[in-house]
Design a protein around this ligand. Structure first.
Ligand SMILES: Nc1ncnc2c1ncn2[C@@H]1O[C@H](COP(=O)(O)OP(=O)(O)O)[C@@H](O)[C@H]1O
Ligand SMILES: [Mg+2]
Length: 236
């Protein structure tokens, strides 16, 4: 298979699962509306929302990689804690047995970021953390400020990454064989895009990993600095 054919095949496969679920729950709601109690109605609609979000993430990633969406970065003052808090419920719904724990530093300064792109970055990292770790394990997300940087860490207790595979990680379409990659859906775009996005917002990404113990991905961004922004806008 050519790389394009393979891409189309994995992407269609990744789209089919959420679409099937959206169609199924909509059909059930329409056909049995009067017989379903309010709690269940709410539950089904929530699933439709979560699965739609999953599709949107996939489309965002494809658009970013095709550059159709590049150059569209709007840097603003962003509360990293609030931004992360808003996406965690979606993962808790999708990965029901994982414990997703957020340790946010109090009074964390704001960062200078594009909030949508930041959420795309976090979505890719948290998704990988859950996907490449066993059911029932914990994914810890932690924020802190240090030396004028905001640091965000996503730590899992998963399969880990071999030293010799480190170079492949951030390459386009590259997936690394492990006993979970064969079971999980993916297209090898997530980390490629994540690195591009991080760097386009003056950030850095790195990771540490131990096989069969787990992995920590860290991203850092400059703290939002009112004076600097003012200086830049006066110059231009
Ligand atoms: N947290 C992680 N733990 C172990 N392996 C990981 C982790 N994150 C990424 N990987 C490996 O890096 C590869 C590339 O990741 P990514 O670009 O997000 O693609 P995808 O998730 O679609 O396979 C994955 O296939 C996986 O093998
Ligand atoms: Mg991924």
């Amino acid at each position: 298979m050519s790389i394009q054919d393979e891409f189309i095949s994995t992407v269609s496969h990744e789209m089919r699962t959420p679409l099937t679920s959206i169609r199924g729950f909509s059909q059930t709601l329409l056909a049995s509306w009067d017989r379903i109690d309010d709690d269940n109605k709410k539950k089904f609609i929530k699933i439709i929302e979560d699965q739609s979000n999953r599709l949107i993430n996939l489309v965002e990633n494809i658009l970013t990689v095709s550059k159709a969406n590049a150059g569209n970065i709007v840097m603003k003052k962003v509360s990293v804690n609030a931004s992360i808090k808003s996406i965690i419920p979606m993962f808790q719904e999708q990965y029901k047995t994982h414990k997703i724990i957020f340790h946010s530093q109090n009074d964390l300064p704001s960062a200078r970021l594009d909030d949508d792109k930041f959420q795309q970055i976090m979505t890719n990292l948290i998704d990988n953390g859950c996907k490449y770790s066993p059911e029932g394990s914990t994914v810890n997300i932690k924020t802190e400020a240090k030396n004028e940087k905001i640091i965000i860490r996503v730590k899992d207790e998963g399969v880990g990454i071999k030293k010799e595979d480190s170079d492949k990680l951030f390459k386009k379409f590259s997936r690394i064989e492990n006993h979970l990659t064969s079971k999980t859906q993916g297209n090898g775009l997530g980390l490629y895009i994540t690195k591009q996005l991080v760097e386009s917002m003056n950030g850095q990404i790195s990771f540490e990993s131990e096989e069969n113990k787990g992995t920590v991905f860290s991203v850092e961004f400059p703290v939002y600095n009112e004076e600097e922004v003012l200086k830049c806008s006066q110059k231009s």
